[in-house]
Design a binder for this molecule. Structure first.
Ligand code: FAD
Length: 391
């Protein structure tokens, strides 16, 4: 692979850089690496920013033209993300929609579903949440118990989901339900698209260690879901969900790396401003993080190349998620060490970068859990990539 960018790619970089300089709102720039998805007002501003980006053609650039993308090559995606990090832009807010549901609908959705949803995913006019996990179905997702029974033209859904990120602000939910309880665990599951305004849905916030309630418990009480909202075939939703999860670990990690790079740049500035850049231990740690971030990027290029050549993300995409979470947590810890006791302060004159490091450090604890825990990803890599015996 040639890592030099061509003249036309450098021209594209110039165009994106100038566009971001002109359009990125100042108040979002300040929230570059720890934007909140709990605060309704901040989510509104992040949605507006995604819409502006989408209208300029910078969201879902890699999507085929027929689905509203540009069919852009990997190099342009890489340049876009580099420039977003450079400009201190937050990640797009509807990232579950763009990186998980979008590719799933392109592969398994009906033409009507694609026409109805894909464009609004890109513009964040409709925000999506993921209704997969349940109180007894997290790592063992196939154990899910939320039931859906077909009654004429609609499924009747009953049950509970948990850890639903942005459930309190989402317009739609992609939901896994059990439609055949007599079948084996991985069979008898279906994948539904659910309008969050449907009567019978109750969303209750769950407060996290960060102090925010970004995720929720979501209850379904006789919720009617039109039968045309089934994605893929009845009882074959597990295969659809595997597509979604593979994209979550692969493409979503690539999008998340914008925040990681933002944080790394801020960490370098922070270290300099606190005179810690002469400390050999700190220098060594930052160099390690920098190299790690570069390695993460290169692994991301590898996955993206495969996807753009028509392949699907495979179990090896778990390496990106695993390594990203490790880097994220190490970065948070290093920032804490550089700042010292004030790293615990959430605001005011003693909290550098408006207290975002305190938030970042606490949120980083979730990195090894969301989108597959560290232990589960190691199992996947051991079994499906290295061919080791099953756990
Ligand atoms: C910030 C955040 C946001 C989230 N957002 C969403 C969302 O929007 N939608 C959604 O559906 N879910 C979401 N989740 C849920 C997430 O996918 C689950 O938390 C995750 O899959 C783990 O499931 P669990 O919490 O039930 O833990 P469990 O599965 O109960 O695991 C508990 C511990 O046991 C370990 N363990 C379990 N099984 C094994 C095994 N076979 N071998 C070795 N170790 C094992 C795990 O690694 C973990 O350490 C979110 C989670 C977080 C933290």
């Amino acid at each position: 692979m040639n890592f030099e960018f061509t003249e036309s790619e450098e021209a594209f970089r110039k165009e994106v850089r100038a566009w971001l300089e002109r359009n990125l709102p100042e108040d979002l720039k300040g929230r570059a690496f720890a934007a909140s998805r709990a605060d309704v007002e901040e989510v509104r501003r992040l949605r507006a920013w995604q819409k502006t980006m989408a209208e300029a053609g910078y969201v879902g650039m890699d999507w085929p033209r027929e689905f509203g993308g540009r069919g852009a090559p990997i190099t342009e995606m890489v340049i876009l993300y580099q420039e977003m990090a450079r400009a201190e832009s937050p990640q797009i807010v509807n990232r579950g929609g763009v990186s998980m549901l979008g590719p799933t609908l392109m592969k398994h959705g009906t033409p009507a579903q694609q026409t109805r949803h894909l464009q609004k995913i890109l513009t964040a006019e409709e925000l999506w949440c993921q209704g997969f996990s349940e109180p007894n179905a997290g790592s063992d997702l196939a154990n899910l118990q939320t039931r859906a029974v077909l009654d004429g033209e609609a499924f009747i859904v009953n049950g509970q989901k948990v850890w639903t990120s942005m459930g309190h602000v989402a317009d739609w939910c992609f939901l896994l339900v059990r439609t055949d309880p007599s079948a084996a665990k991985h069979k008898g599951i279906s994948f539904l698209l659910v309008d969050m305004k449907t009567p019978g849905i109750t969303v209750r916030p769950l407060r996290q260690i960060t102090g925010e309630a970004e995720f929720n418990e979501t209850f379904f009480d006789n919720v009617r879901v039109p039968k045309e909202n089934l994605v893929g075939r009845l009882n074959e939703g597990w295969g659809v969900a595997i597509t979604t999860l593979a994209y979550e670990r692969d493409l979503l990690t690539f999008i998340r790396s914008i925040s990681l790079r933002n944080a790394l740049q801020r960490l370098v500035k922070l270290t300099q401003s606190r005179g810690r850049n002469t400390d050999p231990v700190v220098r060594q740690k930052i160099a390690e993080l920098w190299i790690g971030e570069q390695a993460l990027q290169l692994n991301g290029y590898r996955s993206l190349t495969k996807i753009l050549k028509g392949g699907a993300p495979g179990p090896e995409g778990s390496t990106s998620k695993l390594f990203w979470s490790h880097l994220d947590q190490e970065l948070a810890l290093t920032a804490t060490q550089v700042i010292g006791p004030y790293s615990q302060v959430a605001g005011g004159p003693w909290a550098p970068d408006e207290g975002q490091w305190q938030f970042y450090e606490l949120l980083a604890r979730a990195s090894g859990i969301r989108a597959g825990t560290t232990e589960i990803l190691k199992n996947i890599l051991g079994e499906r990539v290295l061919g080791l015996p099953k756990d």
